[in-house]
Design a protein around this ligand. Structure first.
Ligand SMILES: Nc1ncnc2c1ncn2[C@@H]1O[C@H](COP(=O)(O)OP(=O)(O)OP(=O)(O)O)[C@@H](O)[C@H]1O
Length: 478
């Protein structure tokens, strides 16, 4: 088992270097990655297994983690789930997964990974990705009004492609909602809740709503509720006065106030803790906000848009999301269909991303073979448009122009999750697959605990987040 540490060889520049924790058990790969990152000015540490990863993490919180999915002592997913549970999810994680582990990569993205790279890892691509992820993390860490404003101003123009019936309806909804925002009333426009699986375009949709609304010249402030540490969310959202808590050295405007007459986009709303849900409800009901450490109330005119890829009805049923807040948010709702239900839009989007990538890298025009088109239509796209974009970009780069075949896409129908068996007594029979056994064990634990997720997780010896992820994977959540 490989385990060692490595750091940048020389430090001509006396500034603190970005510290990257590489969690990878293939020693040769880990060293190659480390060497390459060192050459680009990053400092690295290598953990050959999860145990060392936890230890290194505890010793010093890294600026970023490169995470392999299969480690000798467990799954990278569990590590990711734990980071989240320990409210450390603000550390960006770039996942490296081998061919055939795409489901894991998608699951990792759902758990908040910043991006994923397919193995074998191309070191140039890796460096580009690291830079991109670090840039994004720095931006979101700033999290202040001007940063959000700049980001919005410099963002690429929003594209919302799709011609299928379901997307046409969504586009009509956007127009209708935009019209509502132009009506002359004193009240801000009704709250919108955007629902849809990961990668279906909820973020894009929220920006479109803003860009088509009467508030397009006003700020668009995005809050990723999943990546903000729980103990900071309140101060970030509501702001605080100087001295409100130990590290509050100066007063700070919260993001709700920063959104002013614009839009406050609460992404991953399903992740906010219950106590904060009550506070948010109060803001929506009374349209005032109170900074932490003061009794003074300030009026709120922001237009609230929220999004989640979680099954929010289920969260309400399980008491994890307040029903009154749900009703407040769900005044207007827009549901984005998964990519697999968008028919020919799959090919339309694939061509769009293929042309864009070919143009960007100066390659010739790219075509898809008939069987590649069929493979895209047959695949179930668990990561939706985000996954499609990754697959196409990669296929175009590897094909270096010309025709992309089915094999060139690297899609594998067997990547669809296997149908779970319903007979729990089969959990450990000789021909049971690991997936089936896992499904059965979770089912039994949930039955025994009458659906109490925390207790079931304890019984199974995994974290609650890890169980949640697995429940979702096996369809218990939908
Ligand atoms: N209709 C569309 N046309 C073109 N590109 C799209 C469309 N919808 C989504 N995308 C692209 O797909 C990617 C994922 O979109 P987005 O981040 O909005 O998804 P999401 O639903 O917010 O995902 P998550 O739940 O994981 O946050 C982005 O690169 C986005 O530009």
């Amino acid at each position: 088992m490989a385990e060692n540490t490595a750091s940048a060889t020389s430090s001509e520049v006396p500034v603190q270097k970005t510290d990257i924790l590489i969690v990878e058990d293939e020693a040769v790969l880990a060293k190659a990655v480390s060497k390459r990152l060192n050459r680009n000015g990053y400092q690295t540490r290598i953990a050959g297994d999860l145990k060392s990863a936890y230890r290194y993490f505890k010793e010093q919180t890294p600026d970023m983690i490169l995470l392999d999915m299969r480690l000798p002592d467990g799954s990278g997913l569990d590590f990711l789930a734990d980071l989240r549970e320990q409210q450390q999810s603000q550390v960006p994680v770039l996942v490296m997964s081998a061919y055939g582990e795409l489901e894991d990569a998608v699951a990792a993205m759902k758990l908040g990974a910043a991006d994923y790279l397919k193995k074998p890892v191309d070191l140039d691509e890796l460096v580009l990705n690291v830079e991109k992820v670090m840039e994004k993390a720095t931006l979101s860490r700033k999290l202040d009004y001007s940063a959000t404003r700049e980001r919005h101003a410099s963002a690429e123009s929003v594209q919302f492609l799709g011609e299928c019936e379901a997307l046409k309806q969504v586009q009509e909804q956007i127009q209708r909602i935009a019209e509502l925002t132009r009506q002359q009333t004193d009240a801000p426009p009704p709250t919108v809740l955007i629902l849809g699986e990961t990668g279906t375009g909820k973020d894009v949709l929220a920006r479109l709503l803003h860009d088509h609304s009467a508030r397009q010249e006003q700020p668009f402030v995005q809050v990723d509720c999943a990546s903000l540490p729980k103990d900071l969310i309140e101060a970030e959202l509501f702001g605080h006065e100087k001295g409100a808590f130990t590290s509050a050295h100066s007063a700070r405007t919260g993001l709700i106030e920063a959104a002013e007459d614009g839009v406050l986009f609460l992404d991953e709303i399903g992740e906010i803790p219950l106590d904060l849900q009550s506070k948010l409800l109060a803001v929506l009901e009374r349209r005032v906000v109170r900074r932490v450490g003061t009794t003074q109330e300030r009026p709120v005119d922001a237009w609230f848009i929220a999004a989640t890829n979680r099954d929010i009805d289920r969260l309400v049923e399980q008491g994890e999301f307040r029903s009154d807040l749900y009703y407040r948010l769900n005044v207007l709702s827009v549901r984005l269909p998964p990519l697999r239900e968008r028919g020919d839009d799959i090919l339309l989007l694939a061509r769009h991303y293929a042309d864009r990538t070919a143009k960007r890298y100066g390659l010739g025009q790219v075509q898809f073979s008939k069987d590649a088109e069929q493979a895209m239509q047959d695949y179930n796209w668990p990561g939706n448009i985000r996954e499609l974009r990754h697959i196409i970009e990669r296929a175009v780069l590897l094909s270096a122009g010309g025709e992309i075949s089915r094999a060139g896409l690297g899609l594998n129908a067997s990547e669809r999750p296997p149908e779970p068996t319903t007979d729990s007594s089969e959990a450990l029979s000789a021909d049971t697959t690991l997936e089936e056994a896992e499904y059965n064990l979770i089912k039994q634990a949930l039955e025994r605990t009458e659906g109490n997720v925390s207790q079931a997780a304890r019984e199974l010896g995994i974290t609650r987040m890890a169980l949640r992820y697995r429940m979702k994977k096996h369809g218990f959540d939908s």
